[in-house]
Design a protein around this ligand. Structure first.
Ligand SMILES: [Fe+2]
Ligand SMILES: [Fe+2]
Length: 473
């Protein structure tokens, strides 16, 4: 007999779980499998309590409760943003009508697919990051890693809730599949490429939380516009938590660049590897890699699937309601750059409705530039000439119209031999990875930090950097 679960305490929620026996039973069946997965595929480091934020309600006060928590006992809750009773569909063929509280039969398969694809990324990142707790540069960073991990676990719960509550038996089967596929597994990999790459070191972790979690932000932003109201409200709340993941990435890279700049000035050389810092060209190559695999997550530049999802009202654009157009997009056109076999670029005009992935990717790229500006300002303020650059969107792509072409970070189309000859200047080499890995040693004394990264400007929730964020055995 499985033990009876006290839902209001064990699974904090605002979806009326205590009153829904069918849903309770479904989650009762799934929860032990989740905990099993967390034990096997989640963080490997054992702790005796991590200073974590737990959401216990969606209100301004409720979603950020801090305290030391034994990680496997974290209360993964189910939260939807407050319902707006006047919310209407903002785009597509149903524009102007009431949003849906149930799944319309004709869109069932498509909505389920969208939820499964989003849901698959959440546990994948926990799997990718599972070894990082062995080498965190400080207790502060270790705490942030656990925070990101438990929230990705909660995002999995959020998607599983939708599958269980609205998609019947098929939904329950898909919920099992979310635990069955594993990042990097040769036989049952995660659905999207970037989520099968390993996050092997802490520079990769900061890059992942900057570039790949940011892709997540934009995907969630399109689902937040969905006519299926429970999906919209779920994503709205997830976006709140996602902001912290990107904060970890933004400030993490800030701190690496700050430390590298200090060492460059101190030793008057860009070659700071011998002094325990990460050279700027290695940081650039990491950035190139993580940015381009994240661009692949936006899919093909033109997509009839994305157009159909839009017309049906399943998935909108970033900030759909703030856009000043007809929200149908059948009469508008967009230009896109296409590489030609002769090594020149062609500009093609396509219907805007078909280029929604390109539209979202454009919003994302503009956002990524903010990070580049920050890191370049750190270098400029330190009087260092080096500047980071975002590669051309055609560089190193496996998905879309640039895949199969050899395009430099500057956007020049070259032949394969030229590309291969320069690859080591553009993407992390085996030596880069080995060097960065050689710097990764755990620093778990209070107030101490590794050689290759600067301490944070502020602690978490008003605590100082020296705070004991994680109790270790
Ligand atoms: Fe997430
Ligand atoms: Fe995230």
């Amino acid at each position: 007999m499985p033990e009876k679960i006290d839902y209001s305490s064990k699974i904090p929620n605002n979806v009326g779980l205590a009153d829904d026996r069918r849903l309770q039973r479904a989650l009762e069946g799934w929860q032990p499998k989740f905990l099993n997965w967390w034990g096997e595929m989640g963080p490997t480091l054992e702790t005796q309590g991590v200073y974590l934020r737990t959401a216990v309600s969606v209100g301004r006060e409720g979603w950020a409760h801090f305290g030391h928590v034994n990680v496997p006992d974290y209360r993964w809750g189910i939260f939807l943003a407050e319902r707006d009773p006047d919310r209407r569909i903002a785009f597509g063929e149903h524009a102007g009508t009431e949003v849906w509280q149930q799944v319309p039969g004709e869109y069932r398969a498509d909505l389920q697919r969208l939820i499964v694809i989003q849901g698959d990324t959440e546990p994948a990142s926990v799997e990718q990051q599972r070894l990082l707790g062995l080498t965190a540069p400080s207790l502060y960073d270790l705490r942030n890693l656990f925070q990101v991990n438990v929230e990705e676990g909660r995002h999995l719960w959020a998607m599983v809730y939708l599958l269980h509550a609205y998609f019947g038996r098929e939904g329950r089967e898909e919920a099992e599949g979310l635990l069955f596929r594993n990042s990097g597994s040769p036989d049952t990999p995660r659905i999207l490429g970037a989520f099968n790459e390993e996050t092997a070191d802490w520079l990769a972790f900061y890059m992942f939380t900057y570039f790949t979690d940011r892709d997540g932000k934009y995907q969630l932003g399109t689902l937040k516009e969905s006519s299926f109201d429970p999906l919209s409200r779920t994503c709205e709340f997830m976006l709140k938590e996602e902001a912290h993941h990107m904060f970890v990435g933004t400030t993490g890279i800030d701190r690496v660049v700050t430390r590298s700049a200090e060492l460059i000035r101190e030793h008057d050389t860009l070659d700071i590897a011998a002094h325990g810092g990460i050279p700027l060209d290695i940081i650039q190559r990491y950035l190139n890699f993580h940015y381009t695999v994240s661009l692949d997550l936006f899919g093909s530049e033109t997509s009839t699937n994305a157009a159909n999802y839009y017309t049906a009202g399943l998935k909108g654009r970033w900030h759909e309601t703030r856009r000043k157009d007809d929200h149908q997009l059948t009469a508008d056109s967009t230009f896109l750059d296409r590489p030609r076999a002769d090594g020149t670029w062609d500009t093609e005009e396509v219907q805007t409705l078909l280029a929604l992935n390109l539209d979202l990717r454009g919003e994302y790229i503009a956002d990524c530039r903010n990070g580049l500006n920050r890191w370049n300002k750190i270098l400029a303020d330190a009087g260092i000439d080096f500047r980071f650059a975002l590669p051309h969107p055609g560089f190193n792509r496996q998905v879309g119209l640039n895949a199969g072409h050899h395009i430099t970070p500057e956007g020049t189309i070259v032949d394969e031999a030229t590309w291969e000859a320069n690859r080591r200047n553009w993407l992390p080499t085996a030596e880069d990875l080995a060097f960065v890995r050689s710097l990764m040693h755990p620093v778990y004394e209070r107030g101490k930090i590794a050689s290759w990264v600067a301490p944070p400007g502020n602690g978490i929730n008003g605590q100082p950097f020296e705070y004991e964020y994680v109790h270790l055995p």
